[in-house]
Design a protein around this ligand. Structure first.
Ligand code: SAH
Ligand code: SF4
Length: 369
């Protein structure tokens, strides 16, 4: 198998070029051709020394992911489904906004965390994506959408597609470095967001290795309910998670953590839950809340909270001085939500049966204030 140059951050590419007897500045040139110009054909990398082009031919390539489908929504959202082999697919979503474009990137085929409300979690875990497979999503989307000679299209990346990025740490960090590198995509650390279901030890590692913006999928104000929704909460618990968030902020490019909170009808969406959240974070974790309307899928057995409930919940947080936004549902007509389309391609395991059979009841105190 030839070496995939999308697998390398700049230091790794420099080391590879060095192994071919080439200097670092050649690696920088090559890296810029690949990521800034979207070029994959060495023969078209005109200012690259012929000797290097000759050495790369046959041993290295810029290998993107085979595209299965592209769906464009009326609101400009674009969703791609990529083949990652073995009957697995991952998805990438581009979300245009007035002043910027955001790309939602996948980190794994499936996910082992198995959150109760997540279509990806219901599919079970297939495998980690390589660095090259993570980077290929940005490489493809940026150059697919950019007009010839035009400006950069994607200035935000959120690791909020399929998978738990911190369970694929070794591949994630070099991919983040490619996104941040001025010779690569030149994205600001504030505009690259890792979203995690809350792996405490890995949040601490990311803080040391590559601090970018952090989003934590909280979804519940107490351990009993959170453990029912996000199984890995049984290991560390909310207190340890919040402490990790505080430590992370010492090194983070932003001075707040974003808490994502998926609004599930009758499960975690009462005013009492909101008040419990306020008590949890106020004066402890500098944060913003992003309330996500649940995107229903049949096997979940869950419902989206009514719009008025979401608004009332948001008001409780806002009245306590916590900045709270409600995520706009985008691309509904193309199912551009976490795991939806890939879920239609294949349901590899019977994990969803286990998940839907698991009882889900909010603790009495929280459910019946
Ligand atoms: N594994 C990471 C990142 C991928 S999921 C994480 O859990 O944070 C990205 C976001 O989508 C998470 O906040 C997740 O809770 C949310 N999500 C998952 N399934 C959803 C659904 N059916 N409707 C709405 N949001 C969902
Ligand atoms: Fe995995 Fe995130 Fe889905 Fe949970 S919400 S199952 S961590 S992808």
């Amino acid at each position: 198998m030839t070496v995939n140059l999308l697998d390398f951050d700049l230091d790794a590419l420099a080391a590879y070029c060095e192994s071919l007897g080439e200097k670092r500045f050649r690696a920088v040139q090559l890296f810029r051709w690949i990521h800034q110009k979207g070029e994959s054909d060495f023969d078209r990398m005109l200012d690259l020394a012929k000797s290097l082009r000759g050495k790369l031919a046959g041993v290295a390539e810029v290998r993107g992911l085979p595209l299965i489908s592209e769906h464009r929504s009326a609101d400009g959202t674009v969703k791609w489904l990529f083949d990652v082999g073995g009957g697995n697919a991952v998805e990438t979503v581009y979300i245009p906004e007035d002043d910027r474009g955001t790309l939602c990137v996948s980190s794994q085929a499936g996910c082992a965390v198995g959150c109760r409300f997540c279509s990806t979690g219901h599919q079970g875990f297939s495998r980690n994506l390589s660095t090259g497979e993570i980077v290929a999503q940005l490489w493809f989307a940026e150059h697919r959408l950019r007009q010839p000679g035009g400006e950069r299209v994607i200035d935000n990346v959120v690791m909020m597609g399929m998978g738990e990025p911190l369970q694929n740490y070794a591949a994630l960090v070099p991919a983040l470095k490619v996104m941040l590198d001025d010779h690569g995509y030149g994205l600001s650390r504030r505009r690259v967001t890792v979203s995690t279901s809350g792996m405490v030890a890995m949040i601490d590692r990311l803080r040391e290795d590559c601090p970018v913006a952090l989003a934590v999928s909280l979804h519940a104000p107490n351990d009993a309910l959170r453990s029912a929704l996000v199984p890995l909460n049984r290991k560390d618990g909310i207190d340890a998670l919040l402490d990790a968030c505080v430590r992370y902020l010492e090194r983070a490019p932003r001075d707040f953590v974003t808490f994502e909170y998926c609004m599930l009808d009758g499960v975690n969406d009462s005013d009492a839950h909101a008040r419990e959240l306020v008590r949890l974070v106020k004066g402890h974790v500098p944060c913003k809340f992003n309330l996500i309307p649940f995107n229903p899928f049949p096997a979940s057995g869950l419902k989206r909270s009514p719009r008025e409930r979401v608004a009332a919940f948001a008001r409780v947080l806002q009245d306590a001085g916590i900045v709270t936004t409600v995520r706009k549902t985008r691309g509904d007509d193309i199912d551009a939500a976490c795991g939806q389309l890939a879920g239609e391609v294949q349901d590899r395991t019977r994990v969803h049966l286990r998940l839907v059979r698991a009882p889900l009841r909010a603790p009495a105190a929280a459910a019946n204030p």
